[in-house]
Design a protein around this ligand. Structure first.
Ligand SMILES: *[C@@H]1O[C@H](CO)[C@@H](O)[C@H](O)[C@H]1NC(C)=O
Ligand SMILES: *[C@@H]1O[C@H](CO)[C@@H](O)[C@H](O)[C@H]1NC(C)=O
Ligand SMILES: *[C@@H]1O[C@H](CO)[C@@H](O)[C@H](O)[C@H]1NC(C)=O
Ligand SMILES: *[C@@H]1O[C@H](CO)[C@@H](O)[C@H](O)[C@H]1NC(C)=O
Ligand SMILES: *[C@@H]1O[C@H](CO)[C@@H](O)[C@H](O)[C@H]1NC(C)=O
Ligand SMILES: *[C@@H]1O[C@H](CO)[C@@H](O)[C@H](O)[C@H]1NC(C)=O
Length: 403
């Protein structure tokens, strides 16, 4: 429905077809979702003597439900999300178990029978490709050895906790950095929760609700191994059942909030009631996020992966027990032509993680106005034509009756 032309500066321009326009106009539902409209959100960093401060508990309490997001950089960055049907559920951490080699049972949400849905995401590796397409190599080019995010050392989260904006940042660099690639660099995971729905000021301005969290991943200052290195990230989810599902692509004619991005990618986690991950396929190569610094973002299909080939996350094991089956996919940012990480050694990408039905973007007021005008002119012509025909017929029938 959406015809994409030549990638221009590494960026696809899409022109929506009239059919898409019409179907969107007809299917645009009023803004609404089944979750709770507002939640009492609190962020805490549960502590334990001598443990690094790297567990963030976001609790979002509504009238009939509570969501728990447990983000942690014990092991690779990961989040466990749990939805309960009571406003009184609590997270319980058994630190001795969580920090032991067998963390199963170290993380529970009580009362257990209130849990309606749970899932997890793990950010396992930072990928780097040479980006230079040799005649035989397909983009993004030859891979360099990846950085395992389990082998990173992470900051003390307490110092980046902002209760006013409901956000916190995990910032890390490889523990072992023989080439000094991260001497001036870091990889950051900024997590933000929301008490109500809205849109952040920074593109791609994903629509959030009180049932969601936003994650912004930023790579800054690290030395790339190639002159035109492309970076990527590998993400794992818990495998359920024999097949991994797929990333859904939704198209829109509306790019008011994310200039020149007409697509929204979405991955459902589990069956109904389910969770979701949602993102616009765009990343930015400058802190000033905008059209000029926009990079495309390619997602690979999901594929089944066994636990032993992935860095393990203690928080995920602590809540779900030993899991053998995961589904992984990777996202790569940019192309070897056009703007890139190399310009300013900067790359950022964001996504939304949530429970329940994913937020649906209504058409923005500006686009609705343009459509009213665009559809209005032909509409008036049609209406005018119809009237003329009607009058003519009436005229001729009068003429006949006189006869
Ligand atoms: C983390 O920072 C907080 C506040 O600055 C401090 O109280 C705490 O001891 C620190 N934890 C570690 C493990 O350094
Ligand atoms: C909360 O529960 C009450 C009574 O069970 C119900 O009427 C109401 O619709 C529920 N609210 C939400 C937001 O689910
Ligand atoms: C925590 O886990 C340890 C080790 O499995 C166990 O001995 C202890 O009783 C647990 N503590 C609580 C409060 O459940
Ligand atoms: C929550 O769900 C459990 C089963 O999943 C059910 O037994 C319980 O009655 C529900 N509680 C409320 C308050 O709806
Ligand atoms: C790190 O920054 C310093 C000072 O800005 C610079 O001299 C050095 O070359 C940089 N190192 C790397 C690996 O980029
Ligand atoms: C990177 O660019 C420099 C200078 O333009 C060149 O000397 C070098 O060979 C290039 N390195 C690679 C890996 O292409």
């Amino acid at each position: 429905m959406c015809s994409c032309g030549e990638p221009r500066r590494g960026w696809r321009r899409c022109t929506p077809s009239p059919m898409l326009l019409l179907s969107l106009l007809l299917s645009t539902a009023p803004f609404g979702f089944l979750g709770e409209e507002t939640r009492q959100v609190s962020l805490e960093v549960p502590g334990w003597p001598d443990s690094p401060q790297n567990l963030l508990h976001i609790q979002a309490v509504g009238t009939n439900s509570t969501l728990h997001y447990v983000w942690s950089t014990l092991g690779p960055p990961a989040v466990v999300l749990v939805a309960t049907n009571t406003s009184h559920s609590v997270l319980h951490i058994n630190w001795t178990r969580l920090l032991s080699p067998e963390p199963e049972g170290g993380l529970t949400v009580l009362p257990m029978e209130s849990v309606q849905f749970s899932s997890a995401l793990i950010f396992t590796r930072l990928l780097e490709f040479d980006g230079v397409s040799e005649a035989t190599a397909k983009p993004p080019g030859k891979p360099y050895p990846s950085y395992s995010l389990a082998e990173f050392s992470w900051n003390n989260i307490t110092n980046s906790l902002h209760p006013d904006t409901l956000s916190a940042t995990f910032q890390g660099h490889p523990k072992d950095d023989p080439t000094g690639a991260f001497a001036n660099g870091s990889l950051a995971f900024r997590v933000q929760a929301f008490a109500r729905s809205g849109r952040p000021a920074r593109p791609p301005r994903l629509l959030h609700t009180a049932d969601t969290c936003q994650l912004e991943v930023t790579l800054v200052g690290a030395s790339p191994r190639g002159n035109r290195s492309l970076f990527g990230i590998e993400v794992a989810t818990l495998g359920r059942g024999p097949d991994c599902g797929r990333i859904q692509e939704q198209h829109s004619i509306d790019d008011e909030y994310a200039p020149a991005v007409f697509q929204l990618d979405q991955l459902l986690l589990g069956s109904v009631p389910s969770g979701f991950v949602q993102w616009r396929p765009v990343a930015f190569s400058q802190e000033q996020a905008g059209r000029a610094s926009a990079l495309s973002c390619q997602a690979s299909p999901l594929h089944p992966t066994l636990a032993h080939s992935l860095p393990q996350s203690p928080v995920v094991q602590a809540f779900f027990g030993l899991q053998q089956n995961y589904c992984t996919f990777s996202l790569t940012f940019g192309a070897s032509t056009g703007p890139g990480y190399w310009d300013q050694r900067y790359l950022s990408w964001s996504m939304l993680l949530g429970v329940g039905p994913p937020p649906v973007d209504a058409l923005s007021p500006l686009i609705l106005g343009i459509m009213a005008v665009a559809l209005g002119t032909p509409g008036l012509v049609l209406l005018g034509g119809g009237l003329v025909l009607l009058l003519r017929r009436k005229h001729s029938s009068e003429y006949q009756s006189i006869n």
